[in-house]
Each structure stands twice: as C-alpha cells, then as structure tokens.
Write a protein that binds this ligand. Structure first.
Ligand SMILES: *Cc1c(COP(=O)(O)O)cnc(C)c1O
Length: 418
C-alpha cells in the first residue's frame, strides 16, 4: 500500500507530480510519502492495541531527521544500532525512554552516550558487553536497564545476507549461553535485566519463523523469571517484509493474528522494531536518463542514479520495480537500467521491459524508502542525492543535495583552491 499513483500520464506522490519535484530539486532524488509511512506505522500500532506495546522504528532503514521527527510525533520509539543513530533519534525529538539499542559491537563511548541519555534499554549481545556496560554505568553513576538479545537459531527463510537469527550469525547470545549471562548479570549492580530481545532477520514473508523464535523466547522468559529477573518486556525485533515485485507479505493484522497467542499470557510489554515495513514502500528514487546505448544486442539506459544511490540490486540481487516518471509511447523493449559508476555491478534493473526511453526521460525506482539513501555512498566521488518529504500538496527538502565541496569537507590534505 502506498500513495504513489499514475494520473494523466504522470507519476504522482500524494498530490504532487514527481516530474515537477525532479524539475525543482534535480536528480538523483529520493521522494518520500508521509501519508504512506504514517499509515504503515498506524496500522502496526493499531494491530497490537490489545496488548501493551511500543513500536520502535528501526533508524538504520532510513535515518533522515524529517522522517524520524514525523514518526516520533506519531508516538514511535526508535531502535538504534549506533551512537550516531542515537544522536539523530534524540535530535529528531524521540524521547530517550522510547529508545532501544541493539548491535554486536557497541563501543564504550557509544554505551556511555546511551547511559547518559537514559535510554529505555540496551539489548546486550554477549557476556563481555554486560561487564563493560556495568563499568560504564557505574562510572556515570546510573543504573541501566538491559535486555538479553538471544539468538534463537531459527531460519527466517530470507536472503542469506538478511538472516540474523541463525546460530552461525554473529548476532545475539546463543541459547546455551543465557544461563551464564544471567549469572554474570545477577552480580552486576549497575545493570537491571528487564527484558528479552531478538531480531531474526529482514524481509520475512511468513509468521512461522517468528512463531518458532517466540517458542524459544517463552522458555527463556520463564528461565529468567525463575531466577528473579522481572522480564517486563519482550522485543521481537523487526523484519516484516514489503512487496518489491510479486511477493505477498503479511499485513500488520495477519502478523498480529499469527503470533499474539504466544505473547499475551506472558504479560509483557511487546516491543516491535520495524524498519522496512514502515518506510520501504514510502520512498522512491528518481533518476534521469543521461544516455541510451545499444551494445551487443543490449539496450542500456544510463541514469544519473546508480549503485552509490541504491546498492540493493547488486548487494542482495533485489528486484525493484522501474517505470518512466512520465508515460512514453512505444512498445516495451528489453532494457538494462544502469548507473554511471565504474562497476559492472552498477545496475538498478536488468532485462526489464520498458518503453523506448530517451535522453532526458526520468525513471522511478519503487520501494526504495528503506536501505536506499541509508546505504548510499560517495563512491566514485559522487555527491549523495537530495531527499524530499511530501505531505499532501506540500514538498519539503529534508536533505539538500551534496555538492563537490562536500566531497572535500572532511579531508585534511587540501591545498588552497583556485
Ligand atoms: C535492521 C534491524 C531491524 C529492522 O529490520 P527491518 O527488516 O527493516 O524491519 C530491527 N532490529 C534490529 C536489531 C535490526 O538490526
């Protein structure tokens, strides 16, 4: 579900023509529909209204301040994985008591920032981290609430790079280590174990992996409670899938229906950490055709947007739907849509049937709101794209386009400019 539609031969985002945005802000351009992510957040929030719960938006999916601010206003918390994400979530006005912090390699400086900010929970991923966090909290003179992030060893049936809850993944405390973690935590005075956490992967299409993980989690909750830890919340992570092409992901209500019986009797606050589900369908990437080139029986449409703007096609073999921004007449022809970067992996779509595009046409890449801009880079010394947030008839620049000057800004070996 999203608020991108076609009317009179043009692609619209809510009540704004995408072509007009490209004229006004240039390309490559990320465009986000506020109505779309608002609705996705609200649907998930409403689906779980029968239990105490908190939806902590996963900042790593898209950490734009404008988006974070809007989600915070709707009541979302934040799931962060770095000190930088904590800084952004706080700057966007998300209260510290709605922030949970996961990650396998949190540094002392990051943990200290989290303790000083007073965040709701640190999701601890190994026994050493417990000890370091305790030291940090003691030196600051605070107690810190923590949850054990366990690795339930379940197969999320997703792309190998997107699975995080298998024993061979680096994430979480293995189930057989939970006893030792509990023993260590029990004697650390600056820590208070208040929850259990897991995150088994991303782009998960069916409820079964969650159910399997929850069955494991229920045993761990019982184990921890029997040892005197309160376990006030259960965090089931993120991972809900979106539709890129022909997938049939779960709706929020279907997800709730499928898992809630495994949660309700635990009498916990349920925390969810969705990223992609909220922001994925709410974003598009728009590029402009620089050249069209026929070579070796292939038709290459070369855009000004490439893998440095959206790396998912080459990184995960992801299929993103592509269309011209403005209808173009003519029979569809097999087309490779590629970027300008000097890598054969720099493509947005291969062998797509698209109308015969010409120089100056704009192409839209759908479902690019999650892990799009967030994973973009300056590779090939390409300034990063601008980002625009659309709300009804209004379009607001929420990140200006980087410039060639920005490429120089952090470097120290400058000679005086001309
Ligand atoms: C990435 C991540 C998420 C969000 O995953 P989505 O698939 O975008 O919902 C949630 N929790 C943790 C710990 C993560 O690392």
């Amino acid at each position: 579900m999203d608020y991108f539609h076609r009317k009179d031969g043009h692609l619209w985002c809510e009540e704004v023509r995408v072509g007009d945005l490209a004229d006004r802000f240039g390309t490559p351009l990320y465009v986000y529909s506020q109505r779309t992510f608002t609705e996705h957040f609200r649907k998930l929030d409403a689906a779980f209204s029968d239990v105490p719960h908190l939806v902590c938006y996963s900042v790593k999916a898209n950490g734009n301040l404008g988006i974070l601010r809007e989600l915070g206003r709707l009541g979302a918390g934040a799931d962060i994985v770095s000190g930088g994400e904590l800084v952004k979530a706080r700057r966007a006005g998300i209260p510290a008591d709605r922030i949970v912090y996961s990650g396998v390699g949190k540094t002392r400086a990051e943990l200290a920032l989290a303790v000083r900010e007073g965040i709701r929970c640190v999701n601890v991923e190994n026994v050493e981290e417990l000890e370091v966090l305790d030291e940090v909290a003691r030196s600051i003179g605070r107690r810190q609430a923590v949850a054990f992030r366990v690795n339930p060893d379940v197969d999320a049936h997703t792309h190998a790079h997107l699975t995080t809850g298998r024993r061979e993944n680096k994430f979480g405390i293995p189930l057989e280590e939970v006893g030792r973690a509990a023993e260590v935590a029990a004697r650390l005075e600056a820590l208070q174990v208040v929850g259990l956490d897991m995150h088994i992967g991303s782009q998960i299409l069916t409820p079964e992996p969650y159910r399997e993980a929850l069955r494991q989690a229920r045993e761990v909750v019982a184990f921890l409670r029997a040892r005197g830890f309160p376990v006030e919340h259960l965090d089931i992570g993120g991972g809900l899938a979106v539709r890129y092409d022909t997938e049939e992901p779960m709706t929020a209500d279907e997800f709730h229906e499928a898992i809630i019986h495994l949660v309700r009797d635990l009498e916990v606050t349920l925390i969810l950490e969705p990223g992609r589900f909220i922001i994925g369908p709410a974003g598009i990437l728009v590029g402009e055709v620089i050249f069209v080139k026929e070579a070796g029986n292939r038709r290459f449409v070369i855009l000004d947007a490439g893998m440095n703007d959206l790396i998912r096609p080459v990184l995960y073999g992801a299929h993103h739907r592509l269309e011209p921004v403005v209808d173009r007449p003519g029979d569809p022809v097999p087309t490779d849509v590629v970027g300008p970067v000097c890598e054969s992996g720099d493509f947005l779509g291969k062998d797509r049937r698209l109308p015969p595009l010409v120089r100056g046409d704009r192409v839209v890449v759908f479902t690019a709101g999650a892990y799009g801009f967030a994973m973009s880079s300056q590779y090939n010394q390409r300034p990063r794209a601008a980002e625009v947030l659309v709300d009804g008839t209004e379009a607001r620049l929420v990140r200006r386009r980087e410039t060639w000057e920005d490429l120089l800004a952090a470097e120290t070996d400058l000679i005086p400019g001309p």
